[in-house]
Write a protein that binds this ligand. Structure first.
Ligand SMILES: Nc1ncnc2c1ncn2[C@@H]1O[C@H](COP(=O)(O)OP(=O)(O)O)[C@@H](O)[C@H]1O
Ligand SMILES: C[C@@](O)(CCOP(=O)(O)O)CC(=O)O
Ligand SMILES: [Mg+2]
Length: 305
């Protein structure tokens, strides 16, 4: 059996805009999806979502990886079982983590010789196929770990302050949210395109602030980015409640992370404010998760093949 794992991610800046090639800053964080793989008679995919064969309803991402790999390198059946600490459909990149960890598992089982760049780019092709339109960000960051600016794929300094996630527990589908932004952009291109470009500028300014460890200014620009995400229609009441409570409890800044429409928000904070922010996220109906950046991207955890 082989076990590979890959991390979740949060966006400091730039989700949605990055689908249109604007800049984003994204960090891999300490929650992982583990994929176990071994040879078997048939294709079996087992996760908290169910046990299936190739099944594009229940396991679209994993099914697409299996089919694409088997087209390139025909092999007998495999049994894949997935365990994950990443909440599904919450903006933390569970889809990218499961895709990247599954590709890494096949890479080692079938000795495909893919390097990390190839795993990331294969992962991106799967996200595009299933999500509709997708940036390379989630799969690249889950593969490489650390803090990365996309589209240039430059590694940046990790934020040294605290990252507090608030999960609304409202499921949201990234594909649907990306399609909603695309539709708004096609109806009002002269309004939506500059908003996306301004989101990209918050990310470009954010880079220098991250380098200088100016978390107060970084938070201020995250708040600006949040306003622009609201403007493109990916906010919701539950997220707003958690964001405003976090700011009131002393966060440097707070915004949606990932696709929005539910899922998670992210607050930046120093040590003194963590407890108050976590408490206020809970009082506002959310689930707080205190996390940190991991430099460990996709990796092999176990291999006895
Ligand atoms: N642990 C998992 N096991 C199987 N499929 C998963 C797992 N985690 C995520 N997925 C797939 O990814 C989809 C969610 O992806 P997406 O809508 O992009 O949300 P996000 O990536 O923000 O969690 C799920 O509906 C499922 O198809
Ligand atoms: C909205 C988007 O920028 C990020 C989506 O992240 P998630 O799947 O919600 O974790 C889409 C993308 O970059 O492909
Ligand atoms: Mg996703």
């Amino acid at each position: 059996m082989i076990t590979c794992s890959a991390p979740a991610k949060v966006y400091l800046f730039g989700e949605h805009a990055v689908v249109y090639n604007e800049s984003a800053i994204c960090c891999a964080v300490n929650m992982r999806t583990r994929v176990n793989i071994e040879y078997s008679e048939n294709i079996v995919i087992k996760s908290s979502l169910g046990t299936t064969g190739i099944d594009y309803e229940i396991h679209p991402y994993v099914s697409a990886v299996v089919e694409k790999i088997r087209k390139k390198s025909p092999c007998r059946g495999v049994s894949i079982s997935i365990e994950s600490d990443i909440p599904v459909g919450s903006g933390l990149g569970s889809s990218a983590a499961v895709v990247v960890a599954t590709i890494c598992a096949f890479n080692n089982l079938l000795k495909l010789g893919m390097d990390k760049e190839s795993i990331a780019s294969f992962g991106h092709s799967i996200e595009k196929e299933i999500q509709g339109a997708a940036s390379a960000t989630d799969t690249y960051v889950s593969t490489m770990g650390g803090t990365i600016e996309v589209p240039k794929r430059r590694h940046l300094k990790n934020p040294l302050c605290n990252l507090i996630i608030g999960n609304t527990n409202v499921f949201s589908s990234t594909g649907q949210l990306v399609a909603k932004v695309a539709s708004l952009k096609s109806i009002y291109p002269e309004i939506i395109t500059p908003i996306l470009s301004t989101i990209g500028k918050t990310s470009l300014r954010g880079e220098g602030l991250l380098e200088n460890e100016d978390y107060r200014a970084l938070g201020e620009l995250m708040d600006v980015n949040q306003g622009l995400l609201e403007a493109i229609g990916v906010g919701c009441d539950e997220l707003s409640r958690l964001i405003h409570s976090s700011r009131a409890a002393g966060a440097f800044g707070a915004k949606i992370t990932g696709a929005g429409g539910g899922g998670c928000m992210l607050a930046l904070a120093d040590n003194e404010n963590i407890d108050a922010i976590s408490r206020e996220i809970k009082n506002a109906g959310g689930i707080p998760i205190i996390t940190g950046v991991t430099d460990s991207g996709v990796r092999v955890d176990f291999d006895n093949e």
